[in-house]
Design a protein around this ligand. Structure first.
Ligand SMILES: Cc1cc2nc3c(=O)[nH]c(=O)nc-3n(C[C@H](O)[C@H](O)[C@H](O)COP(=O)(O)OP(=O)(O)OC[C@H]3O[C@@H](n4cnc5c(N)ncnc54)[C@H](O)[C@@H]3O)c2cc1C
Length: 320
């Protein structure tokens, strides 16, 4: 595979930004551009949670992607002289016997127990809870803004190049070319409240993240039918219920935003070459913060050295 003279990264979300930094780290000249029309990363809460979902399962290939993600965000903090990664313990709460029995059945599994903390006080009427270590949130807006500013300073912000790498998120999936997608709209509230919680709280089908200054980010919703970035009254109602359950009743909503998660059928990130010969990096789904740095490294190896990743990461995927 020939070495691309000037790669052009199209889209400066999590995917394009992580790939851009991967090129910077390797001393590769490239260009990056963005239409500035929106994007999921600007909306995302940036949460990393090692054990997720109703079934309380370790995130897919977490042993491989977690150290890459944390290592990358730490490296970038030093590079930008800005704090962007906020580690926080997670309190995973159960509101019913059934939910708690699912969680407690897994607590002794080595892949789960390695993330367990000492426990914490359970409040707000939840039945049981368990503390998880290794979680935290990426300040995604700061990550984008400071990266864009540095790319500008380095003279990398331009829309010319002879090898196009499309990192277009949901807009790219909806436009077609990567087959069937399962993109999902999500809404998030930022609230101000006098809650004393210093954990990320997860339960009741949502999460609450203390972001400092008496503010909390709370989400989220999933809507596969209305793929736009407009907040809705239904979303507000749903997240208000999550906020009340996880935090308490007394809060002031200071922001309500919506975005579209770029999801391909199996909710796994994919890289590859599309029908027009462009490279693509997409499908970061609901967990882009965890997977983007590791996948960017993999794609850079492929583009620059010809090292093809394992088939489960490659578009068109035999696994999708
Ligand atoms: C409500 C909500 C909450 C979320 N919470 C979390 C969370 O807590 N943790 C987590 O890990 N993930 C979360 N996510 C998912 C996360 O946002 C995505 O995984 C990730 O941001 C996707 O990054 P991306 O770069 O692929 O796409 P995007 O961030 O959408 O970036 C694509 C970029 O490409 C640009 N673009 C598109 N087409 C073109 C074009 N033709 N030319 C130029 N530019 C173009 C767009 O303007 C955009 O900036 C959340 C998502 C939503 C919607």
């Amino acid at each position: 595979m020939g070495f691309p003279k000037t790669p052009l990264i199209i889209g400066q979300g999590l995917a394009g930004t992580c790939l851009g930094w991967e090129f910077v780290r390797r001393g590769i000249a490239f260009h990056i551009t963005d239409s500035g029309e929106g994007g999921s990363t600007r909306v995302a809460a940036g949460l990393i949670n090692p054990i997720t979902g109703k079934n309380f399962e370790p995130s897919w290939r977490i042993a491989e992607f977690y150290p890459k993600a944390i290592g990358f965000y730490r490296w970038l903090e030093a590079e930008l002289s800005e704090k962007i990664w906020h580690p926080l313990p997670i309190l995973r709460l159960a509101s019913s016997e059934k939910e708690w029995s699912k969680i407690s059945a897994k607590l002794d599994l080595p892949e789960v127990s390695q993330w367990l903390g000492a426990g914490s006080e359970i409040t707000n009427g939840f039945l049981c809870g368990v503390e998880l270590l290794g979680g935290g949130w990426l300040d995604t807006r700061k990550f984008l803004e400071f990266s864009a500013a540095r790319f500008h300073d380095l003279g990398l912000w331009a829309d010319s190049g002879n090898t196009r790498i499309r990192c277009e998120g949901a807009a790219g999936l909806i436009a077609g070319g990567m087959g069937e997608h399962r993109c999902a709209k999500g809404e998030i509230l930022t609230v101000r409240a006098d809650w004393k919680e210093s954990h990320i709280r997860i339960g009741f089908g949502g999460w609450l993240i203390p972001i400092g200054g008496g503010c909390f980010r709370i989400g989220s919703t999933y809507d596969w039918n209305r793929l736009d970035e407009t907040p809705t009254s239904v979303g507000l109602e749903r997240i208000t219920a999550i906020a009340t359950s996880l935090g308490g009743g007394d809060f002031e909503v200071i922001a309500h935003i919506a975005g579209i998660r770029p999801i391909i059928r199996r909710s796994k990130p994919l890289v590859g070459i599309d029908g027009s010969g462009d490279w693509v990096f997409n499908g970061l789904g609901s967990k882009g913060t965890l997977y983007a740095p590791g996948i960017a490294e993999m794609l850079a190896d492929w583009i620059l050295d010809g090292t093809c990743p394992s088939p489960e990461f490659v578009f068109p995927s035999p696994f999708s």
